[in-house]
Ligand binder design. Structure first.
Ligand SMILES: Nc1nc2ncc(COP(=O)(O)OP(=O)(O)O)nc2c(=O)[nH]1
Length: 287
């Protein structure tokens, strides 16, 4: 059922993409939309990371700047101060790879020096120096589509054909990566749910997710607790959206996502385990 797509080498820590993998979100920010402020303290952040790995996370994604709609930007020094101590502490205690969710080259470099093995860039390496940094750091990277900037992206998202335009953007970013010496097998792509998209745009992308298989890159998807889930379930509070988020992660996995980026690891793992038992005729390896 799953083809033998490559295993990513995340600074010596393998991330096999032979079946859908779970990326646990660790926001070290005061203002992330669903868990802002909860893990600002490095000790709390480490505790949460350990719990997510225990629950089944195959990767931990540490972010120091909220990219929610309307978010204010954070400077590099402040972002580094937030993520580096947490990346150091988490990488020292877990065996799974640790990613850094940043678009700034200086944060990428500091994070990899601290033990990060994958870069997750919602700006798809479009900031000055980002492509060169990733080429030099030699760790895998996720490039994501966003229309506009977090501060204003949800004001009036508009596309002629959202699927075609997102596909074209990711094609161009993959080409830019290859031109910079970042081989395609080291790149993950992400349609960027909620990043300059209406509910209809997000649904169109999820329905057409298989279209992105032809990019020849692993597909990462982030739907967890987003307003799309709230709109479809009526759950106003993000922390009430675990069931809807697990359903969305399952649909994404069934349509080709290799990594699902989630807040609720245990619920997601259970949903994927049931599907894998049915779909592949054998139960997913018990944890
Ligand atoms: N690759 C990728 N990275 C992402 N980073 C942040 C968020 C936003 O979610 P969250 O981190 O929970 O919130 P915030 O940005 O407010 O910290 N979504 C994605 C996503 O969909 N894909």
């Amino acid at each position: 059922m799953f083809d033998t797509t490559p295993t990513l080498d995340c600074a010596g820590r393998p991330l096999a993409l032979d079946r859908p993998r779970i990326c646990g979100i660790l926001n070290v920010t005061p203002d992330s939309f669903s868990d802002g402020g909860r893990y600002l303290d490095p000790a709390r952040a480490l505790e949460h990371a350990l719990r997510m790995v225990e629950e089944g996370a195959d990767l931990i994604d540490v972010g120091g700047e909220s990219t929610r709609p309307g978010a204010e930007a954070v400077d590099a020094a402040a972002e580094i101060a937030r993520v580096v101590p947490v990346i150091e502490a988490v990488a020292a205690r877990v065996a799974v790879p640790v990613a850094v969710d940043t678009s700034k080259p200086e944060v990428m470099r500091a994070a990899v020096a601290a033990g990060a093995g994958l870069i997750n860039d919602v700006y798809a390496l479009r900031r000055e120096g980002a492509l060169d940094a990733v080429a030099e750091l030699k760790v895998p990277v996720c490039v994501m589509h966003m229309q506009g900037e977090p501060r204003t992206m949800q004001e009036a998202p508009r596309y002629d054909d959202v699927v075609a335009e997102v596909h074209r953007f990711l094609t161009e970013r993959l080409f830019a990566c290859e031109m910079a010496g970042i081989e395609r097998r080291r790149v993950l792509v992400d349609p960027g749910f909620g990043f300059g998209k209406t509910l209809e745009h997000n649904l169109a992308l999820l329905r057409a997710l298989e279209r992105f298989r032809d990019l020849g890159a692993g597909l990462l998807v982030g739907l967890s607790r987003k307003s799309m889930i709230g709109a479809l379930t009526g759950r106003a509070a993000p922390e009430q959206r675990a069931a809807g988020s697990a359903a969305a992660a399952l649909i994404a996995a069934q349509r080709g996502a290799r990594i699902v980026r989630v807040h609720d690891v245990a619920a997601t793992r259970d949903a994927l385990a049931v599907w894998q038992a049915v779909a592949s005729g054998e139960a997913a390896p018990a944890r």
